[in-house]
Design a protein around this ligand. Structure first.
Ligand code: TPP
Length: 275
């Protein structure tokens, strides 16, 4: 018998060979294990780091995901973390380069999502290495087209750890080799400032207290420094947006856009803090 779990079980259950179990202890153990795993994840996401523990970004995003969001992940730790923390709900879509795990798809996939479903929020999650391969070029595409989308909200999350972290750890774990700086150190880049240069909204977040507000809209303009540790890849996150409205709720249309324009004017006073 083949089929989806729901249909197959519904067809099997009436058969006389199957007995309804009354002992629910295995199921109860699964529920306990799941709750323990969720608590473990909560603790991991709140391990203190300077400037930010990147896992906190994904942990905080999960409950804020809009109902029919379209998500994309890049090859790198962003996908490890989103797989760990984001609770997908019915109606959402998610893609990554699953077969070859090539770097670079998260931003173009999000752009494709906006053309296919312009009324849905798209969120790309990508490392700084993949962003430097093609993501920053693709921001030009977003700058060119975002006004055509009925809901302009497309968000890119870049945890800027200045490391090709996924592979730095593969090298440590599989070969016992220390990080090889010659290949593993992407240069720093002001992603948020670049977004602003293109007429998009760029927000740099480097204090844990600002993470929630950054996902909701934008943080208070907070200055801070980038700091790297060899053992915990910390990151100042950059959120790059077309459509400066909260993730939750519906797009506010033209009047919302006028409000956005006013906010951009207000924000320009602290433009120097977006870098
Ligand atoms: C085209 C391509 N080159 C190299 C790799 C190997 N690779 C997988 S993840 C990764 C590092 C990704 O770095 P970054 O985008 O900065 O994300 P991080 O892991 O630091 O979060 C590399 C080099 C790949 N999968 N695809």
């Amino acid at each position: 018998m083949t089929g989806t779990a729901v249909d197959t079980l519904a067809a099997l259950l009436p058969l006389p060979l199957l007995e309804q179990k009354t002992d629910g202890s295995w199921r109860a153990k699964l529920a306990r294990d799941k709750a323990a795993g969720a608590e473990e994840d909560r603790k991991r996401a709140h391990v203190e780091a300077t400037p930010l523990n990147p896992e906190l970004l994904f942990y905080t995003l999960s409950p804020k995901l809009p109902d029919n969001a379209i998500l994309s992940g890049d090859a790198g730790t962003a996908t490890n973390f989103l797989a760990r923390y984001l609770q997908m709900r019915e109606g959402m879509k998610f893609s990554l380069s699953g077969s070859l795990a090539t770097m670079g798809p998260a931003v173009p996939y999000a752009i494709a999502a906006k053309f296919a479903f312009p009324d849905r929020v798209a969120i790309a999650m990508t490392g700084d290495g993949a962003m430097q391969m093609n993501g920053i070029n693709e921001m030009l595409t977003i700058a060119k087209y975002w006004k055509r989308w009925s809901d302009p909200r497309l968000v890119i999350l870049v945890p800027n750890n200045r490391d090709l972290n996924q592979v730095s750890w593969e090298m440590r774990i599989e070969s016992g080799e220390p990080k090889f700086e010659g290949s593993q150190d992407p240069p720093d880049f002001p992603y948020a400032r670049y977004a602003e240069l293109l007429g998009l909204v760029g927000v740099k977040v480097d204090r844990p207290a600002d993470v929630g507000a950054a996902w909701d809209r934008r943080p208070a303009c907070a200055a801070g420094s980038v700091y790297r540790s060899e053992h915990l890849a910390t990151a100042a996150a950059h959120l790059l947006r077309a459509g400066d409205e909260p993730l939750e709720g519906t797009h506010q249309g033209r009047s919302g856009r006028r409000r956005r324009d006013r906010r951009v004017v207000q924000k320009s006073r602290c433009r120097h803090r977006t870098g």
